[in-house]
Design a protein around this ligand. Structure first.
Ligand code: SME
Length: 165
């Protein structure tokens, strides 16, 4: 009974929390054009909203390198500094421009273990207003299968509203 109750209410609670933090992010960033400030605020506010977010942050496209991401604003333990397109989950998101929802990182070919405690992750590509890839947003959890379509959709929505509008 309790389990069924949880199943019915938890997704709604999660979506509601995303809706609230989405509004808060938009309100804090209103009128702020600086990209680093915008990324730092998104990472901080999302990490603070969900206990499951163990590592939360951006790998940005390095304009000085060919197809390489460099770590940007984040919350969490030490992240790797650079990730080539096509490498690991972040590199796959950069390469394909598609959201990567990975329930078991150890089953993902080429996964980069910045922190061995990460068990699952979601990575969302971030585009500017002209549709150019500017970064990927990576959220890792120590729990397996911590993320689902609700996370993917809401993160995509928040990142679009913050960086593509
Ligand atoms: N998990 C990522 C690497 C980045 S960190 O975990 C912070 C990946 O495989 O792309």
């Amino acid at each position: 009974m309790a389990e069924a109750f949880n199943e019915l209410t938890l997704p709604a609670a999660k979506a509601e929390r995303y809706a609230t933090v989405a509004e808060e992010i938009a309100s804090v960033l209103d009128g702020e054009p600086n990209l680093t400030a915008r990324m730092a605020t998104v990472a901080s506010m999302l990490a603070a909203s969900f206990d499951t977010f163990f590592w939360t942050g951006f790998y940005v496209v390095d304009p000085d390198k060919d197809r390489e991401l460099v770590v940007g604003p984040y919350q969490g333990t030490l992240g790797c500094l650079r990730i080539a397109y096509g490498r690991g989950v972040c590199g796959a998101a950069a390469e394909t421009g598609q959201i990567q929802l990975v329930p078991d990182v150890h089953a993902f070919p080429g996964h980069i273990a910045c922190d061995g405690r990460s068990a699952s992750e979601v990575v969302v590509p971030v585009f500017d207003g002209q549709g150019r890839l500017i970064a990927v947003f990576d959220v890792d959890s120590t729990e397996p299968a911590a993320f689902d379509e609700i996370d993917a959709k809401w993160l995509e929505l928040i990142l679009k509203a913050t960086f593509s509008a």
